[in-house]
Design a protein around this ligand. Structure first.
Ligand code: CA
Ligand code: CA
Length: 374
């Protein structure tokens, strides 16, 4: 609770003991030894000992993050145990820490009341918040909540905010995060007591089917501040395969990002229909990944046919194919407002329709990424 009494100024032990472990019970991949070199630090975060990270000093407007370099796979279970120390100043301490899952490596969100989580989308965050921001719906006490998509207003919380005893007491506190992908159950314990639980298909509902995410811990201070630390002695977890480097038919990804119109050779439909053949989906998955990584860009989808058959029917077919591609991308989590589909039928050939090879080239779906005018 924030009170105008004298804050405690006990000195911190230089290296409080911290246990930080991830156990992937049923996962096929092998657990591995923790290594401090597996973390990337950003902002004000520093290694303070063999196994310790200070995320923020007790200075105004500080922010720091520690991100593990390897993504994890949320299709496997995990149990994470760590201990955190959120400073010695109860009355004037701020702002807190967030344990974050996010598909992009080393991204950190807005600081201050955002605690390095605000604005990260898509994301899942377990916050321990030590500062009352009335406009965010914070309760009066220190609290814990499950947040999504970089939204720190509690109106959007998936679970909580649940008040916890004062955590700015100069001591380390055990935090356990458990995920069971089979039952879709996430539960969080603080000092061996369950403080939060959530049931939901995180991979589908938060990460749009992408189970491989990076994880890290972020923290920030504002006008008020605290020293915020975590350490680990042991870290066991299973690496998900590294996310594949972005590839879209060789150089096509780059061309798209340069604003060129590109058609995908491997995009195929059932003859005379708008049903995508399974072989087309790998390319479209890459395209969706490009769009996730470039959230400000919109995608135009243009359908074209050869000149065989009725021109009106060709126009309709080309539109339905473009729309089918849009539907597939929406299913991968790309919002409809970022997609537009048009059908041009046989109007714009790129080769002669007199030869089969030319007609094959003319039956195509083209893509263009564009940056909307602000
Ligand atoms: Ca707050
Ligand atoms: Ca407090």
């Amino acid at each position: 609770m924030k009170q105008l009494n004298t804050p405690s100024f006990r000195f911190l032990r230089p290296a409080f003991s911290l246990v930080f472990s991830l156990l992937f019970g049923l996962s096929a991949a092998q657990a591995q030894k923790a290594n401090i070199n597996d973390f990337d630090l950003s902002g004000d975060a520093v290694f303070t000992g063999a196994n310790c990270i200070r995320l923020t000093p007790d200075h105004i407007w500080a922010g720091g993050a520690a991100w593990h370099k390897q993504p994890i796979d949320l299709n496997g279970p995990f149990e994470m145990k760590l201990q955190v120390m959120l400073g010695c100043k109860d009355a004037s301490g701020a702002d807190g820490i967030v344990f974050v899952f996010h598909p992009e490596a080393r991204r950190t969100g807005y600081q201050g009341e955002g605690m390095g989580f605000a604005g990260l989308e898509p994301s899942l965050g377990i916050e321990i918040d030590t500062w009352l921001n009335e406009h965010l719906g914070d309760p009066y006490q220190d609290h814990i909540a499950l947040l999504r998509d970089g939204r720190v207003h509690h109106h959007f919380s998936l679970a909580g905010p649940n008040p916890i005893p004062n955590i700015e007491d100069c001591r380390e506190h055990a935090l356990t995060v458990r995920w069971s992908p089979g039952s879709h159950q996430l539960s969080i314990e603080l000092d061996s007591k369950q403080v939060l639980s959530y049931r939901g298909d995180i991979v589908r509902d938060i990460f749009r089917g992408n189970s491989k995410v990076y994880w890290g811990v972020t923290a920030a201070t504002g006008q008020y501040n605290n020293r915020q630390e975590l350490c680990f002695e042991k870290l066991e977890f299973t690496r998900a395969d590294e996310l594949k480097p972005l590839e879209l038919d060789g150089t096509k990804g780059k061309k798209l990002l340069d604003g060129e119109i590109v058609s995908l050779d491997n995009l195929q439909f059932e003859s005379g229909s708008a049903n995508l053949l399974p072989a087309s989906k790998a390319e479209l998955n890459h395209l969706a990944e490009i769009m996730r990584r470039n959230p400000s860009l919109k995608l135009d989808i243009f359908g074209h046919t050869d000149n065989i058959g009725d021109a009106g029917a060709n126009q309709q077919l080309s539109l339905r194919r473009a729309e089918a591609v849009g539907t597939y991308l929406r299913g991968l989590g790309i919002p409809a407002r970022r997609l537009s589909a048009k059908g041009f039928g046989e109007k714009y050939p790129i080769a002669s329709n007199s030869l089969p090879s030319g007609r094959l080239k003319n039956r195509r779906v083209e893509f263009r990424l564009s940056r909307p005018i602000p």
